[in-house]
Structure formats: C-alpha cells, structure tokens
Design a protein around this ligand. Sequence first.
Ligand code: HEC
Length: 656
Amino acid sequence: MFSVRSLAPLASAALLLALPAAAEEAVCAPVAKVPLERHLRQLSLDLLGRPPTMEEYKTFQAKGSVTAEDVRQMMGQEPFYARMREFHRALLRSNINSSVNGNGDYRVSGTPLSFAGNNSNALRGGQSQRCDGEIAQDSCKANPQDGHSLTPTTCRDEQGVPLPVSYDYDPNFYQCRLLDPASTAPELKFADCNALKADATYGKYVNFCDNRYNGTAGKSVGYLCLPDPAKTSTNVLLPSPATGVITAFVHPNPETNPSLPRLDRCTFDLARRNGVTGTWVPQRGCVQRDGYVTTTVQPYWSVATEPVKVCAVEAQNRATNPYTGESCETGRFNGDRSCGCGDKMRRCEITDVHTARVASFNEEPLLITDAVVRNDEPYFNILTTRRSFVNGTLSEFYRQKQGVNVFNVKAPADVATLPAVAYANSTTWTEYTRDSTHSGVLTTPSFLYRFPTQRARVNEFYEAFLCKHFSPAADATLPPPDDACNRENNLAKRCGCNYCHATIEPTGAHWGRYAERSALFLSPEQFPRLDPKCRDCAIAGDTNCGGECSQYVMQAFDGDGANSLGLLKTYLYRSAAEEQNIEGGPQTLVKRMMETGDLERCTVKRVWNEFLGRAMTTEEQRMYLQTLSQDFAKNNHSMKGLIEQVVMSDAYRRID
Ligand code: HEC
C-alpha cells in the first residue's frame, strides 16, 4: 500500500541536482515542515500511488507551493479512485472467496458436459459417474451398447425423461477382470463377451460380462464382473439359478444379511424410490448411464459455435418434475432425473463461472463506494444508497436465475428493471437502483457472505465504521457458576455474555431479514414473522417440515422458545423495539448512528491512519479530531474534502 510515508532519501542524482535551495534549507533550518518536494512526493504517492514526474517537480518548484486546488486536481484522477477502491476493499474485507463454498455438485464438466459430483449417485448409481459419451440418447436402440446381452426397449419414458442406455457393473460390489485370450484364468480366456457367451462352461456368466473403457487399449473392451471375493459383503453370494445362465447372486441365508441379500444382473431398468412415480433409483451394484444429446444451443458461458455434447439428463429444461410437481428451481434439481440444467444450462455452472461470480461480488461494494467518492456525495451514502452496479456476470446471474443453489441471493431489483449486460462482458459495470430494502454496501452479497451471521455483521459495522471493538468492562465480574443467569439462552441476558451481546443482539436485528451464511433477503411476503405451517410441524415434532422451515424456530430450548415455535428465527427473544430494527433493516441502524457523531469521528481516524500511515495519537486526537469531524459534517460529508484537510494539515507536513 501507499500509506507508508516515504522517508527514503531521494534516490537519483539527477533529481538532487534538480533540487535548488529549498532542499538544503530543510536540512539546516529549524523548520518542522517537510519541504515542498517532499510534500509533493508524499501527496503523489498517497493520492495517486506513484512518485511525481520530473515535470511535476519542476512545475511545483516554479510555483513554489502545493495548494488545496492542486490536491483537488489530483483527487480527480483515476489513480486516486483506484486507490480509494483499495482502501474500501480493505475496510470492507471484500473477499468472499472462502466464504462461499463452490458447491461442485452443481457444476458440469467434460465432454459430454456432465455433473461429476455426489449427485451422480442418484442419477447414475455411482459417485462421479458420467453419462455414456458413445451413445446418443435417442438412438439408444439403433446404436446399443455393444457386448451386452440386453438392448434397451425405450430411450425415454412417456414424459420424455431419459432412461439408461448403457450399464456397467459397479466395482464397489464386483471385481471386474479383463477378458484376454492369453489369460491363465479359464473364465477370462475370451476375446470378448460374445465369445464368452458361446462357451459351454462359462457362457453362464454372460449376463455379468460388459464392455468397460480400458485406458491401455484406448477403447471399450470386455470385462467379466463377478461378486468381489475380497469384499465380505459380496464374497458369500452364490449364483442363482444354480445351473444354467446366472441372473443374480444371492445370499445363502438372506434373513441373516438384510443389507445385501442379493445382487441382480444389471439391466436398463430403474426402480422407483419408495414406489413413488417420478422418482428413480439406479439398480444396486450397477452404474446405469444415460446417453448424450447434441445441441447447437451454447451454454451461457460459452462463445463457441460448434455443436455441444451434453448428457441427456443435464440437457433437460423443466421447471418441475412432471410426475411429482416438485420444483426444479431449488437445490434438489441436480438429483432429480427429470430436471436438468435448464435453458442454456443456466442452473449449472463451470469452475470459471464460479470464479467470475465471486470476483464480481467482491467488486460490487467497491463500485458503490467509488460512485459516492467520485460524485462527491455525502460519504455515508456508501452505507445507505440503493444504487449499485452489475457487470455481465451478475446481470445474467440475476436475470436468468442462474446458479441455482450455489449462491443464495435474491435479485436486488425486479429483474425486468435490471440492466441487461451480456455474460461475456465482465468489465463493463452498469448502474441501477436496487429495491427499497437495500442499504449501501451493507446489503451486498459480498458483505453478507463475508460476515455470515447477524453478529459478525454487527461486529464489522462497529469496527469498520464506528472504530469500536466489543470488549467486556474492565471491572466486569461474573456471578457464581450455579447462578441461573448462566443458563439464560438469550445471550443478551446471559451473565458475562451480556457485556457485549446486550448490544450485539439488538443491533444484529437490523440484519434480521438477511439469512445467515447466505445473502438471501427473507422478504416478509415469503417469510412471514409467524408461519403456521412451520409451527404445526414443530408442535408435531417434525423439525424438518419438508425442508421449508430452516429459517424458523422449530425446537424449544426454554420457555421463550416454547412460545416461539413457528416464529422466524430472527424474532426469537426480540423486544418490540428490536422488532422495529428488523423491519427497518440496516438503513435505520445507519440513521441512528449518524446522530451520535461516531461515524464521522471514525472516518476521520481511518483517513488519518490511511494517509499518515499510523493511527492518530492521543495528542492529535485532542488537536484535530473534533475539528476535522465537524468540518467533515459541515462539508456535506465530502470524503475528498476530508482527505484534502488531512493532507494539507500541519501533521501531514511535519517531519517526525
Ligand atoms: C467481548 C465481547 C463478547 C463477549 C463477552 C461475548 N461475546 Fe459472543 N461474540 C462477540 C462478537 C463480537 C461476536 C461476533 C464475532 C464475529 O463473528 O465477527 C460474537 C459471536 C458469538 C457467537 C458466534 C455465532 C454467531 O452468530 O456469529 C456465539 C455463539 C457467541 N458469541 C456466544 C457467546 C457466549 C455464549 C458468550 C458468553 C459466554 C459470549 N458470546 C460472550 C462478542 C462477545
């Protein structure tokens, strides 16, 4: 950073020669102020992040002084704004890189484009299993998987949901060995599955022969997969029927082994979960793959033009499951065979997309502060303005409802009013007005994710903008451990905790409608103060309630809790005044703090610290703090005005 005042001697000889009498006077004469050249150098480094040019030295030497007008001129230049954005990046710690878990289960990769994470268990019967890249979904009958004894009877069900077009035995249950005419094992001495099938002795295994991709051969070749003798779960299984072609392996005493009584040969059939139509469960011990589809519609992140191969499941675009009516717009979509990634794959992402979104969210608050400083608006607009900016990444994210369940963010304004910026345009930021719930940087996804709880948000606000740290009173004493106050669930009342939490809890209420560990605004329409459905579930002991009540009090830990079942969590333990904080949002917190003078004093201290490279001493606080704060307030809270006063002050120009 440029905040450290450079005391390094002027390095270049040319520069020394260029400096006339003034420099020498400073060395000998008893003046406390830095000479013109050093003041200029400090200013240039502090405001613009670079030393002055030779021309600038010459100009100012000729002029004889640096004036407030010169400072203002510097503060009109781009490097100054870049400098202020970095100041705010540090102040707001605007980096959510490690605050958002890049949930790989919503990410596609490879060719064909496919999910590669946990959800392929539900879709394909195995961890990280992708679809079959060699079989086009809709030619599954004309172009079946070779080497298998079955061919599919239909490629999609009656609603068009893709069915498996190929299957493999899962090595978690089976030991799969390569067929090889040179093998010493008689059951493997075959060129392929067809040769095995024709054999009088080993043809009985034909159902368990399949073609698997072999890296050495560079293609799919025949394997024989039998229950793995090294696995205690499968090594007891016996062929069924005992003679003839085997269709399953069964446990001799199935009642003693309820977890794995039998393994059936793999087929193209999927079972229904608990018999529910519109749910699909892959067969135990089998990987059942959908095929691919080819489309000319590019994923939103792509600028390519050649047709794209996408796995048939991922390529779908349904709003709901056609059988159960369940939504494909929530986090469940990636495990539902009928959903898919949606139009232009909008629900899904790739790694680059995630990186771009994180970077864009990190930038947003800096652009909000930039606009306020640049336009010389009252500085604390950074905490209250509804203005914000989108680039292509964020514009499409909000407008196209992209990235389902990776970021939990509500569009900051009616999507129809959001500026339309093309995805690829990540460097152009367009201004717009967020809805009335918004409050400067305090409601940006960056702030909400970076400070994931109401308490963390309060703490950052106090530290960054009030220069206050939560600490217990010096003379704090605690009652004995058996005092009932130690068991208070309300931290604002629990003894010891209340030193800080008596302030933190009611202040946190200002972020009460922003979900924790999320950037989701909990609108009163969608999340009423009391939800009768959640209350009824809670009373019935169903704390999950279909997964819809995670923001609600579903369990009671004390009397207040028992009276609060079904209440939006943030309303627990709230007084009437605190409920107003919830409804007022962060704006009302800022408004209240504006009346204390703390915001001004803290900003003065931060600017001082930034441009003098050290905190205000007690003596300096006595001399400058009150005046600078008052002038800052009188001057319409102009940030540039405040900086100007600080860098023109005697303190800034003093030799330490
Ligand atoms: C010195 C002040 C102080 C005291 C005393 C204090 N806390 Fe905290 N507590 C904080 C601050 C500040 C945070 C927010 C920290 C952050 O995440 O930035 C916090 C956060 C928490 C959290 C984290 C969860 C969340 O929502 O962010 C819990 C839990 C908590 N406090 C419990 C307690 C308990 C229990 C006590 C008493 C035994 C206690 N605190 C005493 C200042 C205090």
